[in-house]
Design a protein around this ligand. Sequence first.
Ligand code: NAP
Length: 252
Amino acid sequence: MMKLLDGKVAIVTGAARGIGAAIALKLAEQGAHVAFTYVSDGSAEKASSLVAEIEKLGVKAKAYKANAGDFAACETFVNEVVATFGTVDICVNNAGISKDNLLLRMTPEQWDEVMETNLKSVFNMTKQVIRPMMKARSGSIINMSSIIGIRGNAGQSSYAASKAGIIGFTKSIAAEIGSRNIRCNAIAPGFIETDMTHYLNEGEAGKAFLDKIPLGRFGKADEIANTTLFLASDLSSYITGQVISACGGLNI
Ligand code: NAP
């Protein structure tokens, strides 16, 4: 049976764990070859077990240690992917961090780190992947924003600014490259159970958020992977420049 992404080549940044890992697996299940990145030495083992898991699905997989916030590292990474896999059809810019702090206490270093990892990374990667995509006259770029980028949240000004920046970038790039049949969309997840949000399961903060989620639960990484699959595949062939919220209806 034909799968949604048979023979496509997908890149996922920050996929050793969390939402990125679920996305890498989901795209592979649908027939895509997957190249993914991580950044810390501590994730090398997780990355190689994910490669093994993906290969069992009968597609190619490769993990790269590459800092998505570093322009030169992204250039090298994408060049290596094109040399190894032939092209890039799908790019999921998922790598991200949060360094939450009230503005009064936030240091310029904390601000810069969040901006580089979350926002500059999207510029770094998109600039590289549009070259093979323009050659192929097709492609889908998916940027991981956040509901916080739409609504803001006390204590998360840098994170919110970076995620809002991703939305402006996504809409602009969609306008620039639509004529080449390259689509660019963003996903705005709500609270998804991963290492990034482990604190939600502890105590009052978590309960307070739950009360604001109409579906009455936190989301799962696999649910964001499903949204990503939709945007990566031809199921969304007439959708570009959009932000899809996958947040259980969260209203903060
Ligand atoms: P996570 O569990 O903390 O995983 C983040 C992944 O990104 C890790 O694999 C990490 O690599 C990688 N990463 C971090 N900095 C990187 C860099 N500079 N270069 C390359 N990779 C890097 O986070 P998550 O919850 O899955 O979040 C994934 C994305 O979804 C992020 O952009 C996040 O902002 C967004 N998001 C998450 C939620 C949520 O509720 N969880 C909600 C909205 C949006 P290592 O493993 O090597 O550290």
